[in-house]
Design a protein. Sequence first.
Length: 123
Amino acid sequence: MIKIILLILIGEIWAMYGQVLFKRSVNSLEAPHFKTLDSYVGFARKMLMMPAVWAGFAFIGVGIVIWLTALAQTDLSIAFPIDSMQYIITLVFARIFLGEKIDKMKFWGTLLVIAGIILVAMS
């Protein structure tokens, strides 16, 4: 079970770093005003020309391959609840890489997620 948990954790770290790259990329663009189809297309065009967006896709792709490897080795009913570690990793990465604040509700919610992961892992 520890092997599966570590595998899922590694996959989540890869995927979450991809999300951080996405967020950093869109934060660097001017805030879009999506009023017309052209504004959507223009925003998408700007995003797709950013190397960090493509790096984000690559990180997420590696995370998916690792996730599929974990699924091949355990039941979905075990793997998917453990996959909830993404909420914990997201909170930590958002704080470290994006400077986002962690308020009391996020902290306690994350502790509840951790408790749920532990209960599932013990089953």
